[in-house]
Design a protein around this ligand. Structure first.
Ligand SMILES: [Zn+2]
Length: 451
């Protein structure tokens, strides 16, 4: 049990919630597992003794969300985020497991560093922290990191990524894909052909031409996605595409999947809702890698997530201190925070548009990312992508209770993240995470951290 959350796992009766947005049910948590899910008895009757009752009328119950792509910044940039603050943000967003990207200082390219991050996560106790390991030493792109040692470490790394940078060398990418087959790992690629994006500031297109800023062509992403799909097929290994941002990438991934190749993909909440038109005000809060694209790309990303071509939503939560963002566009850092708004943005972009129901949201934000991160049991589905996403007796009590009704403006000042660079600031979004349970222990109750 964590130091951060003294309230031990006990017995909880969640009354009248709607699992996956379906019929009202009572969910009984006993210790670390869901003990029972039964039709809700309105009026209730006396609860059993030693059970804490939560009135969840009207709330949607989802399995705890899983993020494949979080930048926690520790070690090295604790001014932007720490494991403590980042995991607190995750819990408030409904997440029970997150994958911490390796581009820290020092880089998470050894068993020692990934174990350090994993331990800090355990101490914080807000959610499970699964370190991603670097693919290449120091993210240098020239020499494979100690993938096996990280896999064998206490952190049991299965996702490897040089995220922030692309593994541009095809031979290195091939070797990495070959290497991780031994322990069922996956290489998560930040697809960005570096020579095609030198100095690039935003999506190459009408807006970049109007603003006179160097553009970032879609082909710089798509060329690497296509190459790596082919490499994954050639090697028979698992490749995951980080933050897909273009319509062309969606088409390539759809084609690769039609071949039965082991290719998976994620899309960020911001790429599902925002376009490059927002850059016209030169506000660097909208500067991100890969860049915001066009409305046609957004439509293709939504369609791809809806039909399963894109497996999951991942936040790419990228906190930056104010001085890195409140500056001229060309000087500002790339990145946006996202953990505390992800579910609300997906609600707006995918549920309110009729593209996903809540069961499909559970699939795209919990079951599938858990399977890709090789922690399928976290979402009760034992790693089977096609299993669906029931909230059932005997599954681990990783749950989020979500109120779909309120519509409020996003205010980063109230976020637990140490950084404030949310592109959704001031935007009215639906929904509110009310409670999050990590293996039966509440990390969030009544919309507030418990620890
Ligand atoms: Zn990236």
């Amino acid at each position: 049990m964590s130091a951060g959350h003294e309230q031990a796992a006990g017995r909880w009766l969640i009354r009248g919630a709607r699992p996956l947005g379906g019929q009202r049910a009572d969910i009984l948590i006993d210790g670390q597992v869901i003990a029972d899910v039964r039709p809700s008895r309105s009026g209730g009757g006396q609860p059993e003794q030693d059970v804490a009752v939560i009135d969840a009328e009207g709330l949607i119950a989802l399995p705890g969300l899983v993020d494949l792509h979080t930048h926690l910044r520790e070690p090295g940039r604790e001014d932007a985020e720490t494991v403590q603050s980042g995991t607190a943000a995750a819990a408030l967003g409904g997440f029970t497991a997150i994958h911490a990207m390796a581009n820290t200082d020092p880089v998470a390219d050894t068993a020692g560093v990934v174990e350090q991050v994993w331990r800090l996560g355990r101490q914080a106790g807000n959610c499970d922290v699964r370190p991603a390991g670097a693919v290449t030493t120091g993210l240098g792109g020239s020499q494979l990191a100690e993938l096996g040692a990280m896999a064998d470490s206490a952190a049991q790394v299965r996702v490897f990524s040089d995220d922030g940078r692309c593994v541009a060398d095809a031979t290195l990418m091939r070797r990495a894909l070959e290497y991780v087959k031994a322990f069922d790992g996956v290489i998560a690629q930040h697809a960005q052909e570096p020579r095609l994006t030198a100095g690039a500031q935003l999506n190459e297109g009408e807006v970049s031409a109007r603003l006179g800023l160097p553009g970032w062509p879609a082909v710089a992403e798509e060329a690497v996605v296509a190459r790596d799909c082919l490499l994954a097929a050639h090697v028979g290994s698992a490749m995951h595409v980080c933050h897909v941002s273009t319509a062309g990438s969606v088409e390539i991934i759809r084609w690769a999947k039609s071949k039965g190749w082991r290719v998976t993909a994620e899309v960020t909440p911001h790429h599902l809702l925002l376009t490059d038109e927002l850059a016209t005000g030169y506000d660097p809060v909208f500067k991100v890698n890969p860049p915001l694209r066009t409305a046609a790309d957004v439509a293709a990303l939504r369609a791809g997530l809806a039909d399963g071509t894109i497996d999951c939503v991942a936040t790419d939560h990228a906190p930056h201190p104010a001085e890195s963002k409140e500056t001229e566009w060309a000087e500002a850092s790339f990145g946006m925070t996202g953990l505390e708004t992800a579910l609300r943005v997906v609600h707006e972009a995918m549920v309110n548009t009729g593209l996903l129901d809540w069961a499909a949201v559970a699939d795209r934000m919990s079951v599938r990312p858990a399977a890709i991160g090789r922690i399928g049991a976290h979402a009760g589905a034992a790693g089977d992508l096609r299993h669906g996403c029931p909230i059932e007796a005997s599954f681990p009590a990783n749950l989020v209770l979500y109120d779909p009704e309120p519509i409020t403006a996003v205010d980063p000042a109230g976020h637990a993240s140490r950084s404030r660079n949310s592109p959704f600031v001031g935007m009215k979004l639906p929904g509110q995470v009310v409670a999050t349970f990590l293996r039966g222990t509440p990390t969030v109750l009544a919309g507030k951290l418990t620890g």
